[in-house]
Design a protein around this ligand. Sequence first.
Ligand code: C5P
Length: 523
Amino acid sequence: MPMASAQVKSAILLAGLFAEGKTTAIQPGESRDHTERMLEFFQVQTARAGSEVSIHGGQQLESRDFVVPGDISSAAFWAVAAAAFPGASLTLTDVGLNPSRTGVLSVLAQMGAHLSDSVDHELGGEPRGNVIVHGRQLRGVEIGGDIIPNVIDELPILAVAGALAGGQTVIKDAAELRVKETDRIAAVAGNLREMGADVEETYDGMIIRGGKPLHGARLESFGDHRIAMAFAIAGLFAEGETTIGDAACVAISYPGFSSDLETLTSAPTKRRGGEATPVITSVPDRTLEGNESGGIPEPEEPMHRAIAIDGPAASGKSSVARRLADRLGFVHVNSGLMYRAVTWSALGAGVDVNDAPAVIAHMRSMRIDCGIEGGLATLHIDGLAAGSGLTSPEVNAAVSAVARIGAVRAELVARQQSYLALADIVMEGRDIGTVVFPDTPFKFYIDANPEVRAERRRRQGIEDDLGARDAKDSGRKESPLTTAPDAVVIDTSEIGIDEVVARVLIALRERGFEFGAGEGGGA
Ligand code: C5P
């Protein structure tokens, strides 16, 4: 196949079921895997290798009852509406959380929204659960590369999010958008411009310089349901009235959209059903339900605080993070363990960690559950608690190759950010202050000279080529290990842990950290 497409792949697989012998769909990248999951649920085997999927003809489907999960592509409109609305809080229930579809949540999290999603259960081979979205002032982001097939249907509404965000949003590698129901690049860019946004169309996407105030307009849907819905949401954020013409197409994927829009917003949506071409009129200045004060709410402070501890391997950041968390009653979260979990699982499955598409496919097939139990961060891989294998020499040698894959980072960063909805946290890693929680004022970079760090590992009896790992972590394109400009740098080469923690507590106080009774008093 010339491009990764779930529809084409599914058609080939279904045809292959009735063909003699083995049929293989070979895609240049991953695409969503609902068909494979459903076939499996109906007792038909498919074989996946990277982005290739094969099926043997002649297999018998067994009947099953199937419950269709809530469509995350429909939920995406509400997720963006809430995410871009500082102070809003929205829970979407029973949403399909197939990892090949949740890219939109990762992108919104990268844009600064606070999201948490939790898989409650799996039914018919599809994971499902609730998504909680807390709105913030969003920031621009680059959307391109491996994540595109995952978010392809959500790009119109993500472009709207880009227009509402501060800074620049770039959408690229998405030329396929030009051959959807309509040329979605032209439609989105044109409509956004009609509303006053600063948008430049490119052949495979667009550049949006966000933050310009939007004004209402009369817009075309171009007969495309996603364009109609995306701009109904944009209208919520515009000054004046927005009218979308020819909106009957919305029923293609979401017949209840207008009434859900009414439920979500305090002013009723005007539906002009009597007209030859139905329109949705989107009235601005309304409040999302749950905000009782009326009007635009003040941006809400994040619900919890994050303390970011970054630094190279064996710099002592784990000991510091743990001690600090204990001292403050915060939850200690080790983000490196998440990268290690993907690495460990991929190695166990015989995946070449230098083959990025294969690692991504593997990550999407595994289940990683991160949470908090009894004040401690927990990590389960395919239902099993993470074990000592995560710090094995094999994982040490391979983890940096996995951590430099953009799609892996996008997925794990979203999970790291979702902790903030749950508790006050001390999170350690490489990019916590720069990428995961760039807004926290509490950032530390814990360093030590290379000899001291190597000696620490030797004493721990752990085989770990720190130099190689640091070089890869610092030299990579995605979120390299660097010191955030506003981080407090502490070199632990010649001082003990007590002194390091004492310095951290002093710096926290200087930065306005509010200590609870008895916390940090001895610093
Ligand atoms: O912290 P730890 O040494 O266990 O992390 C293992 C590896 O995971 C690092 O060498 C790095 O490649 C990756 N990592 C990362 N970003 C983080 C945490 C860890 O890239 N926030």
